[in-house]
Design a protein around this ligand. Structure first.
Ligand code: F6P
Length: 361
């Protein structure tokens, strides 16, 4: 293995730099390989010389605790649908062959792709065209199949839990209902984990459609029992029974629609029923900042293991955490299962047993 490439696709997540650092150190110290960083996801391959940067031990010094990615990320970086101007009009073109040519031109023996669902789908498609890809599961949403945890998730849950703790004290002082909207797309993991860790009274997740009346009943019952405040955690993808998800912006051929606004819908409903409410949307605070020790630990193990797979020529797979071990899982399997909260999981049962409402009964 003479040379490997690394790219970070899609949105960022805390721990990306920790993966890059571990991969660079392992490649150089253990395999005497060169490492090239590709800037801004797959875009770097088609941006000429500007898009490629050599990664040395020096370039990764000090980046372990840093959030974001030193390589840059690109949300619109799908090489199968790249937006360009043609005759004054925006059109989508397939530049995937450019990626394959780039890998050959740069003589890369492997390409580590750090990404979420979309980026790993693209990696799998590129493998079928001959790219020697290895995936590393990144996302705060924890919605990638085949692995128990993605890196970035623990940091997001930590930030969200701290927000719940802070909302608790002010909610109690003012006898208010505090609604906290959290990220997660179509998976409720962040809301479920943070809601449980922060002691929320109601947790609304996409996997369990809710009834407004059931949420209200929980708030009312708490007031009648002498608890004059409530904490409602709402995942951005939650929706009412028989209703739709709420979006702050529609999608297009490249961007998925942007979820957002369900927290305000819930807060306004509760307020109209006579309970003073405030809504907080935590947003990108969940994605920024330094990774937790768990995420650094996981990201470091993932990065190093991905290089070991590269050295074995084990492509078209992703490093995954299963029963405490880092193992390879085929990208076909990873990209065919969308991981969602199992509504029969003990975490959901535990929450229910402890009187937390999911707004469904
Ligand atoms: O997938 C990670 C995530 O942060 C989701 O939780 C959220 O819906 C989305 O990305 C936000 O994306 P953007 O950075 O484009 O606003």
């Amino acid at each position: 293995m003479k040379r490997i490439g690394i790219l970070t696709g899609g949105g960022d997540a805390p721990g990306l730099n920790a993966v890059i650092r571990a991969a660079v150190k392992t490649a150089i110290y253990e395999y005497d390989s060169e490492v090239l960083g590709i800037r801004d996801g797959y875009d770097g391959f088609i941006d000429g010389d500007r898009g490629i940067v050599p990664l040395t031990i020096d370039s990764v010094r000090g980046i372990l605790p840093r959030g974001g990615t030193i390589l840059g990320a690109a949300n619109r970086g799908n090489p199968y649908a790249r937006k360009v101007m043609r005759d004054g009009k925006e059109v989508l073109i397939d530049v995937s062959d450019e990626i394959i040519k780039g890998i050959h031109r740069l003589e890369m023996d492997a390409l580590l792709v750090l990404g979420g669902d979309g980026t790993l789908h693209i990696a799998h498609a590129l493998y079928k065209k001959g790219a020697p890809v290895i995936g590393v599961p990144k996302t705060i949403d924890n919605d990638i199949g085949g692995t128990e945890f993605t890196f970035g998730f623990d940091t997001a849950v930590t930030t969200a839990t701290e927000a719940i703790d802070r909302l608790h004290t002010t909610a109690e002082s003012h006898h208010r209902v505090m609604v906290l909207e959290l990220m997660g797309r179509d998976a409720g993991f962040i809301a479920l984990h943070a809601g449980l860790a922060g002691g929320a009274d109601v947790i609304l997740i996409p996997e369990i459609p809710f009834k407004f009346e059931a949420v209200l009943a929980e708030v009312r019952q708490r007031v009648e029992s002498g608890y004059l405040f409530s904490i409602i955690v709402v995942s951005e993808g939650a929706k009412p029974q028989g209703g739709e998800q709420v979006f702050s912006r529609g999608g297009d051929e490249i961007y998925v629609p942007r979820l957002g606004g369900i927290g305000h819908v819930v807060g306004e409903y509760i307020e109209k029923q006579g309970f003073e409410s405030r809504v907080t949307v935590l947003g990108h605070l969940q994605r920024g900042g330094t990774p937790t020790p768990f995420d650094r630990w996981l990201a470091t193990r993932f990065g190093s293991a991905a290089v070991r797979l590269a050295a074995q020529g084990k492509f078209d797979c992703m490093v995954a955490l299963r029963a405490g071990k880092i193992v390879p899982v085929g990208l076909e399997e990873v990209t065919s299962i969308a991981k969602r909260v199992d509504v029969n999981d003990d975490a959901v049962i535990t929450a229910r047993n402890m009187g937390i409402s999911f707004g469904d009964e």
